[in-house]
Design a protein around this ligand. Sequence first.
Ligand code: KG4
Ligand code: ZN
Length: 352
Amino acid sequence: MRILGIETSCDETSAAVVEETGDAARPWAIRSNIVASQTTIHREWGGVVPELASRQHLRDICGVVDRALDEAATTWSDLGAVAVTQGPGLVGSLLVGVSFAKAAAAAANLPLVAVHHLAGHIESLVLQNGELPLPEIALVVSGGHTSLYLVDRPGHYELLSRTRDDAAGEAYDKVAKLLGLGYPGGPVIDRLSKSGDDRAIRLPGTRLTHADRNAPHLKGDLDFSFSGLKTAVLRLVREREGAGAAPLAEREIADICASFQRTVVTTLVDRAFDAARRFGAKSIGVAGGVSANSRLRADLMHHGREREMPTFVPSLALSTDNAAMIAAAGLRKLRAGVLAPADMNADPALAL
Ligand code: KG4
Ligand code: ZN
């Protein structure tokens, strides 16, 4: 069985064809995964402009789906289902994918599956590595989310903690912006950090001990917070650049990037391994745009080896937003018998 996946939750228009392999240990294979990125459009504005994003999705969606089918040597009649990101994300962007998927499924007489974007990121780990040893601690780190889940059986995601303010990717983007490095911030900070001293500047890490008023059912001590770190960098830059001083030198920028990155990565890795120990996990998986970060990948693998904990990340192409992960999560739901009702709608604040 082959499924068509569609993802338009933010600033990538993506379509993919994913196939079941029949191998329980490695259940899915990618036949195609086309991503049309809007980065060059939004870069000019320093971040994603929702109205521009939805208009560009409209222009791109038909061509992207055609190419995904073409590259997969697949016709509509070869497909067994259509899966689409229902949320969370930008409502105008989500609507393009959801409307397209509903229309296509109806026209081709195919079942429709509604997928949660973060379930997609979590399943990108399985798409890349095969089924992970369970229970698994899954850390999703993206531009919009920083959340820890416990996966105790396939397709079941229990939220353990999340960020109280900024997501890790958002912190990268904001820090890059205030250093004048452009959008998106993650890749450029990652690159500049390589030539910086990661101990040059002392920045605050966070460990929350109090419960979250907005989520009192969660204990809260595995929660994340990145807005204080961003403000600390902002203060530092203002101090250095204030009172007619010369603009920051390249060397200083590299040091700030490296120190910021060390703080973020250390927090993410510590919290994930802490959760794994507490919940007796047999594996750790880290997914989402920030899992493309070179230091995060290296530190995770290092800690995994040291603590004899199997640790997984997706390939770079599957780390950032793509439709193959949505197709994979869609197959999981389809096999569990969960189809989208006829009145399914985009939900910008969909809960997992
Ligand atoms: O998962 P994603 O593609 O979209 C969302 O669902 O948000 O994640 C995008 C985020 C952006 O904030 C971007 O700056 C960050 O992922 N990112 C990185 C790297 N590549 C992308 N952050 C750190 N290091 C990277 N190499
Ligand atoms: Zn994402």
